[in-house]
Design a protein around this ligand. Structure first.
Ligand code: HEC
Ligand code: HEC
Length: 310
């Protein structure tokens, strides 16, 4: 007898044996059990036998079959290829999908035809344009009112309804900078695109005090941080500021275009930069806002920069 068939018979006997042990008398093999169980076991037996012999058939076919047809002229290391006919069904499906694709792009759903997304985008653009035109020339009161209402929705979750930063969760917007924020900027430098592009401020190893002709010291950092956070008033720290910071930030701390930002007061331009680029600092990370229109930015800039002046 063929070895494969012998192996198949052994497998069947083994599997039926396992089934018997597993199901036992509950399966009705011992004469107990109802006809549902008996049928189930019968099904299992049939499945085992049929599966094993179908597999055996294909294994034998693989063992015995020899390919037929015309061999192609080329061969690769002695391995050749038969020139078999394309299966008809495959060819029909292939051609069918090509024709369907052409139809789909040109007639069925043309790329430039109506689409709901397209209509939606047009409507949004039209609405935005109308909105921009309507609020193009706002007086200060309207601008601030719009800024406040956007603030309550977009900003209050972090900055609080009072814009006080909710005990350190975000920046207190009534002051330009907290002392620890100034300190962190001096010690680590700052790279928050506050001038619109990446124009970093050097860290403490790049900050020379022109008065002492030496790198800024710990004591000087403490003094100048308090001075800046206090609104650049008084005399303590003023000399350090004049010697180290004024060259970039200006004698009054109001900054210079493309050199350094205004650190004396919250200007609309400064707020605008923070809104568009986000900010990472001593307190945490503020996300950049990309989903507001220019009018809305302008309103927020005006409202937020007015907070510290009240
Ligand atoms: C070489 C020029 C330069 C010098 C000197 C300099 N700064 Fe700056 N500073 C910058 C620039 C540029 C930025 C903006 C960096 C950015 O985009 O984040 C900046 C940012 C800052 C900020 C962050 C502002 C904010 O809103 O977060 C603080 C605070 C600051 N500087 C304080 C100081 C102090 C205090 C000194 C002196 C001890 C000083 N800087 C010296 C160029 C300078
Ligand atoms: C997910 C929380 C979060 C949201 C929302 C948020 N902020 Fe902030 N914001 C922060 C944090 C945190 C800081 C402080 C970053 C730092 O310097 O460490 C900050 C800082 C700022 C600053 C800089 C203050 C300074 O002195 O340099 C401004 C201005 C500001 N936010 C305005 C806004 C406005 C306006 C909105 C709404 C459009 C807003 N923020 C929404 C968390 C948030």
């Amino acid at each position: 007898m063929n070895k494969t068939v012998l192996a198949a018979i052994i497998v069947v006997i083994a599997m039926l044996g396992f089934t018997y042990v597993a199901v036992g008398s509950a399966g009705g093999m011992g004469g107990e059990g109802d006809w549902v169980n008996k049928l189930a076991v019968l099904g299992a037996v049939v499945l085992v036998i049929v599966t094993t012999f179908v597999v055996t058939k294909y294994v034998r076919q693989m063992q015995n079959d020899t390919a037929s047809g015309k061999l192609a002229d080329e061969n690769w290391d002695g391995i050749g290829e038969y020139k078999n006919e394309l299966p008809l069904g495959w060819a029909v499906i292939f051609l069918g999908s090509v024709i369907w694709a052409i139809w789909y792009f040109l007639a069925g759903y043309p790329v430039n035809a109506y689409s709901q997304i397209g209509e939606y985008n047009e409507e949004v653009a039209a609405h935005d344009a109308k909105f921009e035109a309507q609020f193009a020339n706002m007086d200060d009161a309207t601008l601030n009112a719009m800024g406040e209402s956007i603030f309550i929705v977009q900003c209050a979750p972090c900055h609080g309804l009072q814009a006080d930063g909710m005990a350190g969760k975000a920046a207190d917007l009534h002051v330009r900078l907290a002392e620890k924020s100034v300190k962190v900027a001096i010690v680590n430098g700052s790279n928050n695109n506050l001038l619109g592009t990446s124009m970093p401020m050097p860290d403490r190893n790049g900050l020379m005090n022109a008065n002492t002709n030496a790198l800024i010291t710990d004591a000087e950092i403490d003094a100048v941080s308090a001075y800046v956070a206090g609104g650049l008033k008084g005399t303590a720290g003023a000399d350090v500021f004049a010697g180290t910071c004024a060259a970039c930030h200006g004698a009054d701390g109001k900054g210079m275009e493309m050199v350094a930002p205004n650190i004396a007061e919250m200007s609309p331009a400064m707020v605008d930069m923070v809104l568009k680029h986000g900010k990472k600092g001593a307190i945490g990370a503020m996300p950049a806002f990309t989903n507001l229109t220019e009018v809305q930015f302008k309103a927020l800039d005006a409202y937020v920069s007015s907070l510290s002046k009240k």
